[in-house]
Design a binder for this molecule. Sequence first.
Ligand code: P6P
Length: 337
Amino acid sequence: MASVTTLSKFIIENERNYPEATGEFTAVLNDVVVACKRLSDLVNMGALANVLGAAETENVQGEQQKKLDIISNNVFIESIEWSGHFAGMASEEMEDVYPIPKEYPRGKYLITFDPLDGSSNIDVNVSVGTIFSILRCPDDVEEPTAEDFLRPGTEQVCAGYCLYGSATMMVLTMGAGVNGFTLDRAIGEFVLTHPAMMIPQDTNEFAINASNQRHWEAPVKRYIDELLAGKDGARGQEFNMRWIGSMVGDVHRLLCRGGIFLYPIDEKIKAQGKEGRLRLLYEANPMSFIVEQAGGLSHTGTERVMEVQPHGLHQRVPVLMGSKNEIERLIAYHQEG
Ligand code: P6P
């Protein structure tokens, strides 16, 4: 029988490459894996689990919450808070840092997460996902505050997402490449199915919410107009557009077959007094870590996403990420103004 590489086996075997590794990271990731398995089950049950529809509440972003937003946030907390691996958590669904309850030991990691990204799609059965980012907690900190989370994405030790799609897939990086694991429900394990994922440097596929076209800044308008002009235009080739409305789905696609995912700053966002649409700590940074580790680029238009110095837990940033040669072109257009 062909041997399978489970996620646990993969992590343990990889830790052998790091003499200083304590083996703790296997257990740290296991907490996240259990949370994602539980969420996969809930999401895949859909209406059968009576978890669809809107909650009566708004999150800190002023966005109406879905029942599953709240449930998935609670599932994540319950799966992690007891384990002694984390010193604190921050979530899209919680205004402030979640301190580990006194009855549990504290660990040396911090985690930020979007427990159910794309939840507006959940009621219409379109793929959604969980995004997470892991940082080391500063050595002398017992009770982490928001300040302890406000570190550039270059300080992440691990980032990943779980995509609840036709299959449930966990995609991870710990700074040595990107690997994808598919949930084998027969054995209840994530199994390595997409080793060493790399993003093709060129692409003919782009993802952007085109309804914002009239609000875009000039470099983005120029870039997208050229793609839409196809083979008769400056690019001399045809392009295709996709937009799922779940960052996890759109980014997974470009990881698998190349592409770009764009949520640029625009006049509408600026008029709302925001710095972007997507959240830095638990959407843009973890996805940027993954994209860069897979040979892609992730930029705001003015700087590398992972070099942005955060000033708030729920800060937003512009995101231009994906196939290297296309993002380089878009950055050049921003530099030309
Ligand atoms: P729009 C989902 O709410 C999300 O944060 C990302 O997953 C997704 O890419 C984006 O917002 C969708 O934004 O403007 O299309 O609703």
